[in-house]
Design a protein around this ligand. Structure first.
Ligand code: HEC
Ligand code: HEC
Ligand code: HEC
Ligand code: HEC
Ligand code: HEC
Ligand code: HEC
Ligand code: HEC
Ligand code: HEC
Ligand code: HEC
Ligand code: HEC
Length: 281
């Protein structure tokens, strides 16, 4: 009896597991020897704050607990795995990785999380075209606005010269991600809607010069000839305003016409057509 107590005390004294270690030795050790025998131990790592899953499951205890003072182990990934990304994505590895593998399955989702969905022309280019760095796994911030990556494209434009015309740096205002390179298929032209009589495919019908420098939006600037050519009624002789939208919309053939001017000028010259053209009031 005395012998046993002495032995146990000796053993406790030489326990490598640290001072405050409170788990019964028999949970892990068999009286025969001090090596840890998986099949005989009743200890479950699930009882700790760090369940062993994925590729951690079958590791030797010592690969994580070198000192055998179990409570010294830190549970955040970066305390055991070196940061291959060199501080470009932070220390919270578990944001993107699991102990199953380092492969990131859903790169698409990852980019949605940083408000830069990889769509259209951006969907099929190499990671390194955007993440330019010395290694494949340094993801230094690139910025998420178009100009952050396309400044050179912007500065080098000739037709039209974007700098000279002071076009917005928000390329998406005029360029879509789904068309071919820098085409303006989705150009947002809502400041001067291209519909009805202005639903014209050829931009150059209005933008006569190669560049898209600001042109006047006033009807007369483009429709002087139409105005001069009118016969029925003859607009110039009738003293009609140059501001066509007083009577016209942009609907094709200059019809319908709304005319609410009550000063009578119009009737003087259109007696025969009073019915057709008369005031709408
Ligand atoms: C949670 C499981 C667990 C418990 C509980 C535990 N041990 Fe251990 N012990 C281990 C592991 C794992 C090893 C390393 C075994 C190996 O590498 O073969 C170890 C190794 C040892 C060693 C050998 C040290 C060395 O350098 O090889 C001694 C001595 C030891 N434990 C004593 C104790 C004593 C005394 C207790 C009770 C106070 C105890 N252990 C409780 C898991 C445990
Ligand atoms: C992949 C790494 C890893 C492996 C392998 C591993 N552990 Fe752990 N273990 C940890 C971490 C991390 C903690 C700390 C959890 C926490 O934050 O409390 C821990 C905690 C513990 C604790 C509780 C310590 C305390 O007092 O809080 C014990 C006991 C333990 N491990 C025993 C073992 C044994 C026995 C083995 C082998 C069967 C083992 N561990 C294998 C990482 C590991
Ligand atoms: C206490 C230390 C420890 C912690 C904490 C830890 N690991 Fe591990 N992990 C290891 C060890 C040891 C290995 C075995 C291979 C090695 O030595 O790198 C391993 C292996 C892996 C592997 C297998 C691929 C490889 O590198 O061999 C992955 C994936 C992994 N860990 C991911 C993670 C993730 C994700 C976290 C955080 C959620 C994490 N680990 C936390 C110690 C740890
Ligand atoms: C924002 C997401 C993100 C975070 C956070 C992150 N990683 Fe990664 N990691 C990646 C991506 C993406 C890859 C490339 C994986 C691929 O190609 O499938 C990668 C790859 C790896 C690889 C494999 C490298 C190779 O050459 O195959 C390791 C190891 C790794 N990461 C460790 C870490 C560690 C350690 C941390 C924490 C310090 C961490 N990662 C944090 C996204 C992340
Ligand atoms: C078209 C450009 C583009 C491509 C292609 C691209 N990325 Fe990104 N990526 C970004 C932008 C923009 C961010 C956000 C960066 C910022 O905030 O400065 C980002 C962020 C990241 C992050 C950090 C995410 C986080 O949560 O911190 C990782 C990791 C990453 N990308 C990995 C990849 C990998 C791997 C690929 C290839 C499969 C890839 N990227 C392809 C533009 C791209
Ligand atoms: C993180 C960097 C990055 C950001 C931010 C970014 N792009 Fe890109 N983009 C690229 C790269 C890299 C390519 C492919 C190489 C190239 O053609 O410049 C590309 C290609 C394109 C192309 C096709 C060009 C061609 O010649 O085929 C268009 C169009 C485009 N981007 C529009 C945009 C728009 C619009 C935005 C803003 C909403 C934007 N990009 C934001 C990196 C970026
Ligand atoms: C106000 C509208 C507008 C904005 C904003 C705009 N663009 Fe353009 N861009 C155009 C038009 C119009 C064209 C001529 C398209 C055509 O000929 O089909 C063009 C053509 C281009 C071309 C090809 C022409 C050349 O000379 O190489 C590039 C490259 C280009 N844009 C880049 C950009 C970039 C980069 C941005 C943002 C930083 C941007 N654009 C912003 C209207 C715009
Ligand atoms: C029916 C005439 C008309 C057609 C067709 C037309 N535009 Fe315009 N566009 C205008 C007018 C007018 C303005 C000036 C609007 C203003 O200043 O309010 C303008 C302005 C612009 C601007 C300058 C915007 C800025 O912010 O500097 C661009 C770029 C442009 N148009 C591109 C195009 C493209 C590309 C097409 C062909 C898809 C096109 N336009 C077709 C009449 C037209
Ligand atoms: C920048 C030049 C430009 C400006 C400004 C402009 N238009 Fe036009 N408009 C055109 C062109 C080009 C056409 C197509 C060719 C044609 O029919 O003259 C057209 C066609 C029309 C048509 C259809 C004509 C038909 O025969 O079907 C109407 C109606 C019209 N415009 C009304 C207006 C009105 C009203 C305004 C002022 C709010 C206006 N436009 C301003 C260039 C312009
Ligand atoms: C005071 C009202 C009024 C104003 C202002 C006005 N129009 Fe008219 N316009 C009419 C009326 C009325 C008609 C005949 C409509 C019909 O036949 O149904 C007409 C018809 C036309 C026609 C077709 C008839 C023809 O002889 O070819 C054209 C083209 C035309 N207008 C162009 C213009 C242009 C361009 C402007 C501006 C620069 C303008 N109009 C301003 C009232 C106006």
């Amino acid at each position: 009896m005395i012998w046993l107590v002495v032995i146990t005390q000796q053993m406790l004294a030489q326990s490598p597991h640290g001072k405050n270690f409170a788990i019964d030795c028999a949970t892990c050790h068999h009286p025969e020897n001090w090596s840890y025998q998986q099949n005989k131990a009743t200890f479950s790592h699930d009882s700790t704050a760090f369940p062993l899953v994925g590729q951690h499951k079958d590791l030797d205890c010592r690969s994580c607990h070198q000192t055998l003072a179990f409570d010294q182990a830190q549970s955040n990934c970066v305390s055991c795995h070196s940061d291959i990304h060199q501080q470009t994505v932070g220390n919270d590895c578990a944001r993107c990785h699991t102990p199953q593998s380092w492969i990131v399955e859903d790169v698409t989702q990852m980019h949605e999380n940083v408000a830069f969905p990889l769509m259209g022309v951006h969907a099929n280019i190499n990671c390194n075209d955007c993440h330019q760095s010395e290694t494949n796994v340094r993801f230094s911030p690139t910025g998420v606005t178009c100009i952050d990556c396309h400044r050179a494209d912007y500065v080098n434009t000739k037709k039209p010269d974007h700098v000279k015309n002071n076009f917005s740096n928000d390329c998406a205002m005029c360029h879509g991600l789904n068309g071919s390179a820098w085409s303006t298929e989705i150009i947002d032209h809502s400041f001067f809607p291209l519909e009805q009589g202005h639903k014209i495919d050829d931009c150059k019908a209005c933008h006569l010069a190669e560049d898209y420098s600001i042109i006047s939006a006033e009807c007369i600037s483009c429709h002087q000839n139409d105005f001069n050519g009118t016969q029925n009624p003859n607009h110039a002789m009738s003293g009609f305003s140059n501001n066509c939208i007083e009577c016209h919309t942009i609907s094709p053939s200059w019809k319908p016409v709304t005319f609410t001017d009550h000063d009578g000028r119009f009737f003087l010259f259109t007696q025969a057509n009073t019915k057709a053209y008369g005031p709408t009031v």
